[in-house]
Design a binder for this molecule. Sequence first.
Ligand SMILES: N[C@@H](CCC(=O)N[C@@H](CS)C(=O)NCC(=O)O)C(=O)O
Length: 97
Amino acid sequence: MGGHGNGEEVELLAIWFSPYVQRVVWALKMKGIDYEWVELIFRYPKNRNPSLLKHNPVTKRVPVLVHRRRPVVEWLVIVEYVDETWRNNPVLPSDPY
Ligand SMILES: N[C@@H](CCC(=O)N[C@@H](CS)C(=O)NCC(=O)O)C(=O)O
């Protein structure tokens, strides 16, 4: 079951140590979007997550944002997508402390 951004299903295919993934996490947080974190295992390349192969078969890299079952890839594209899709959501001020 995915998280819900404005009542819509949102999943983030991710690995915890990726700086590219973290940039997307910040964008989603700043827009107040709920999402499901889908942690992938990259240790065994031949056994990649089927969800990743399905949603990003060309580069097979994360982050991949899956919104309404449609994938968006490349972190900068995803950040733009989040900004434009939830345009009416205020950007939450970040607290540095
Ligand atoms: N150009 C991609 C880079 C993403 C990327 O390199 N992700 C790494 C994790 S930091 C990855 O998925 N590596 C898996 C692999 O190369 O097999 C973006 O902008 O999102």
